[in-house]
Design a binder for this molecule. Structure first.
Ligand code: BGC
Length: 735
């Protein structure tokens, strides 16, 4: 009897402990892989299949029976997209989803400041988190191959090192909020024309040296939890279901353990989608169901067709398990992470962050006779001319289009900064497309104007002639055919007759500053007739305030170009020797010679070079020195250069280190960017900048060996204020 009693006590106690014990998958302290295995073991096949494809435009189911929440994605990459209807692209009409728009990623890259990338990531991550999204569809790091690519504004320029350095803090900043950064579009999506079918032919060396490094850095250094496959094909397979890109490179070579998400409508085949590395299918329109028809989700390639294949035994359940493991890992990192913060939305702090990034990214391209900054003490009247001074720029461009809490236009920013210090008058000057809305969003402004180009020019010139200063604000916009997803630009030239207008303005007033708002290089046939030129980018909510602060000199410009401005389109490699826009096939004949690498090789003179950007102060560079004469294969080497602010105001300079391989067995670029530092200097102040490199800065990718090789021999470390403004160099050897 005693024995029975004791046994009962033990049994009851065990049951109680078991009842109190959480399942492993719910224990945040349990090892990640154990949690994943535990959750997976509790799921039905149907639950697994549900997880690997969308259930709405931007969500996919979690595991309701296990309390694992749905996954909610959001564009990205410049702000949190407005809520859309469950099954449609149309906005849902919420009244609490107006975000802060941050500057476009070209502007972020132009800051050449990793702290700005960290601030950007932190801030946008907080916005995503507050809105209960666990995946931010961004940042984009496709390399700027041609100035015609309609989506360049969403990317970080032409150089793999610059994009790599800038993407890492962005990813980390986002993910510190328990929100996955989904780095896109992997890979070789370098144009919008024919993006859904083009098969990109590129040699391995170019792939590894130019088009992959920023993705690799995002994965290995940034620890990105998600990657988005691109629309195009590579080696004949669509990138979202690509053995080479996803299985061989991303998973096997780089050890990526996050989720691969398809671009919206980027999946085209069930078998390849099952086996070639994809985890989540989004945005597909399938099986004769027309574009946009509701409830097509069961017909997704990874929905019923996948389920049937597993049920019939043609495909093993292990295939869906592999995907679900990655998706569960995403859940444990994001929605199921009890430590994640709560985020914040549309705050003043985020506005300030956006302004700061914008101020550091604006590039002063030209400033002869120091026309800028506007000298308010001696100015009575400022004429602001141009449509981009008033046009809403946060709406448009495609998937990155934003519904914002506010957007300060350049004109409003200038007016508010100048106040009563001078009179500000405005004239339109030219009229572009006059869309009242785009991407399901209304611009909220009516800028219709039916006057002829001649009438507009006459008015603008009259206003300009009577002013002390003329600030022209034009460039591109985010309407289709400009800087906009879905198509490329038709030419390098400015649209809407702006060249003629600028020429006329230059004739009537010599105090002319031209501000180009764009995410791309534009042709400037008037460059010699205009004293001051500013590259203004798409600057987000704080656009006008940021621009005004640069124009009047409250902030000293310190941005540098993240891509080359060619004089003519033919000066860009893709248009000279590359196949652009290609047909079904497109070969990147220019190989590794993209951007300044092509400029150096051809010895052409660009309109404005990669890395170029002026300041209102001046910097003097000292002699470049090296800490040793020879570096060993596993050693390091440090170069020093002193930089002095020789002007009369505080400023920041981006000091750039390029490496030249003097002789090598394979053709190499004349030089390549390998490091940079942004130094802030008070007037008269001098600082020593140090660059430490190892063999990775000297290596090239040897296709034959399929590895990075640093060949012994002679090298040069070249210090530049841009890729063409070189200030000093030192030779060294690799043993
Ligand atoms: C774009 C992606 C975007 C997705 C969702 C696609 O068309 O290429 O960048 O994240 O739509 O809006």
């Amino acid at each position: 009897m005693k024995k029975i009693l004791a046994l009962t006590v033990v049994l009851v106690a065990t049951i109680q402990i078991q009842a109190q014990q959480k399942p492993i998958y719910l224990d945040p302290k349990a090892p990640m892989e154990e949690r994943i295995g535990d959750a997976l073991g509790r799921m039905t096949l149907e639950e697994k299949i549900a997880m690997v494809h969308a259930q709405s435009k931007f969500s996919s189911p979690g595991v309701p029976s296990l309390g694992i929440p749905d996954n909610w994605m959001t564009d990205g990459p410049h702000g949190i997209r407005a809520e859309v209807l469950w099954d449609e692209w149309n906005t849902a009409g919420w009244t609490n989803d107006a975000c802060i728009a941050f500057p476009a990623l070209t502007c972020l890259a132009a800051t050449w400041n990793e702290d700005m990338a960290a601030l950007y990531g932190k801030s946008i991550g907080e916005e995503a988190r507050y809105r209960n999204k666990n995946v931010l569809l961004g940042p984009g790091v496709n390399i700027y191959r041609t100035p015609l690519n309609g989506r360049n504004f969403e990317y970080m320029g032409e150089d793999p090192l610059l994009a790599s350095r800038m993407v890492v803090p962005y990813v980390k900043g986002v993910q510190a909020n328990g929100v996955a950064a989904c780095v896109k579009h992997f890979a070789l999506n370098n144009q919008e024309i024919r993006r859904h079918e083009v098969n990109v032919n590129v040699d391995d060396r170019t792939l590894y040296e130019i088009y992959l490094p920023a993705f690799k850095a995002a994965v290995q250094e940034g620890g990105a939890w998600a990657i988005m496959g691109s629309y195009n094909r590579y080696k004949g397979q669509w990138a979202c279901q690509n053995q080479y890109l996803l299985n061989d490179i991303l998973r096997t070579e780089w050890g990526f353990d996050g989720v691969v998400i398809s671009d919206w409508g980027g999946v085209n085949d069930t078998m390849q989608a099952i086996y070639n590395g994809l985890d989540m299918e989004f945005g597909t329109w399938t099986d004769g169901l027309n574009f946009g028809q509701s409830n097509a989700y069961d017909n997704y390639y990874l929905a019923d067709p996948f389920l049937k294949l597993i049920r019939s035994g043609e495909v093993k359940e292990a295939e869906v398990d592999r995907k679900v493991r990655n998706i569960l890992r995403l859940a444990f990192r994001t929605t199921m992470n009890p430590e994640r913060p709560f985020g914040s939305f549309a705050t003043e702090a985020h506005g300030d962050a956006g302004r700061k990034i914008a101020q550091e990214g604006i590039v002063l391209l030209k400033n002869t006779a120091n026309v800028l900054p506007v000298d308010l003490k001696h100015t009575n009247k400022i004429a602001v001319i141009g449509e981009n001074a008033i046009k809403v720029m946060t709406v448009g461009g495609g998937s990155s289009s934003l519904k914002v809490k506010y957007e300060v236009s350049p004109l409003a920013g200038i007016q508010s900064r100048v106040g009563d210090e001078a009179e500000v008058v405005y004239a339109r000057g030219y009229v572009g497309d006059q869309l009242a809305g785009q991407d399901g969003l209304s611009t909220g402004e009516n800028i219709a104007d039916n006057r002829t180009p001649e009438e507009l020019i006459v008015e603008a010139c009259k206003v300009a002639a009577e002013a002390d200063y003329v600030i022209f604000i034009g460039g591109l916009n985010k309407n289709p055919g400009q800087d906009c997803e879905g198509d490329d630009r038709a030419s390098l030239g400015l649209p809407y007759g702006q060249d003629k207008l600028i020429d006329e303005l230059a004739k009537v007033n010599k105090n002319l500053a031209v501000v180009i708002i764009s995410g791309n290089a534009v042709a400037m046939p008037w460059v010699d007739r205009v004293p001051s030129i500013v590259q203004g980018w798409y600057l987000g909510s704080e656009a006008g305030n940021a621009l005004a602060s640069i124009l009047v000199g409250d902030v000293n410009p310190s941005g540098k170009l993240p891509f080359t401005f060619p004089v003519r389109l033919q000066d860009s490699a893709a248009h000279s020797v590359g196949e652009y826009p290609g047909g079904e096939e497109e070969t990147y004949n220019e190989g590794i010679f993209v951007g300044y690498r092509w400029v150096d090789k051809q010895k052409t003179k660009p309109l404005f070079s990669f890395g170029h950007g002026l300041s209102y102060t001046t910097f003097e560079y000292g002699k470049v020195t090296a800490d040793k004469k020879e570096m060993t294969q596993d050693g390091k080497m440090t170069f020093h250069v002193k930089v002095k602010n020789t002007g009369s105001r505080e400023g920041a300079e981006v000091v750039q280190l390029y490496i030249r391989d003097v002789r090598s067995s394979l053709p190499r670029p004349v030089k390549e960017l390998k490091s940079f530092h942004k130094v802030r200097l008070a007037p008269g102040e001098e600082k020593e900048v140090a660059f430490t490199i190892d063999r990775t800065a000297l290596a090239f990718f040897d296709d034959a060996k399929h590895e990075w090789v640093a060949e012994p021999g002679d090298f040069e470390a070249i210090i530049g204020a841009s890729s063409t403004d070189l200030r000093g160099k030192v030779s060294f050897k690799l043993k």
